[in-house]
Ligand binder design. Structure first.
Ligand code: HEC
Length: 158
């Protein structure tokens, strides 16, 4: 093989690698589930990680509602910030590649809105304003759950 053929082959391989990476970044690893939702296929430890994060967000919602009831803006800000963009920063690239782009977009918007809730609480906003932002936030939770679920990459042995 000439050097020219080799370099063309190397470039082709490189392009294919990029195309595959872009494909996964956009589409993730998914299949249509029997209930009509899009199942994101994850390894069991990745699924556990995402679900742990979900339970953390539910807890944040609980603290925020309780804080609104008690008028405790400091507690609201603290809890909301813990579920904000800082919580999204450490997700590993292999897991990110399996999530479809719309899932990533919705996930990031929810983290961003928790930071917004924290800032709203710190700015001395009214309870109604806080509840309005929380209501928008819960609509995003509901929308994502209606569209996606998390399934195991390989079906568990029966
Ligand atoms: C980007 C999509 C997405 C967003 C946004 C989202 N979730 Fe989830 N959540 C999921 C998926 C997918 C599951 C798994 C559902 C399934 O497999 O049926 C899940 C599961 C959960 C669970 C169950 C956890 C467990 O241990 O089984 C809770 C609780 C939860 N989410 C809370 C929330 C709350 C609260 C919000 C909003 C603040 C939220 N989620 C936003 C996608 C999302």
């Amino acid at each position: 093989m000439t050097a020219r053929v080799l370099s063309v082959a190397a470039i082709a391989l490189w392009l294919i690698t990029i195309a595959v990476a872009v494909f996964f970044f956009v589409y993730g690893r998914t299949q249509v589930a029997p209930d009509g939702r899009t199942a994101v296929l994850l390894a069991s430890d990745e699924r556990d990680l995402v679900l742990t994060e979900m339970r953390g967000m539910l807890e944040t919602v609980q603290v925020v509602v309780d804080g609104v009831k008690a008028g405790d803006m400091k507690r609201i800000a603290q809890a909301a910030r813990a579920s904000g963009m800082a919580a999204a920063a450490d997700v590993n690239p292999a897991l990110m590649a399996k999530l479809p782009i719309e899932f990533k977009r919705l996930g990031l918007s929810v983290h961003k809105r928790f930071d917004e809730i924290a800032a709203t609480a710190e700015s001395g906003a009214s309870r109604e304003q806080l509840l309005a932002t929380l209501s928008t936030q819960l609509s995003a939770c509901v929308a994502c759950h209606a569209s996606y679920r998390l399934d195991a990459e390989t079906p568990a042995a029966k």
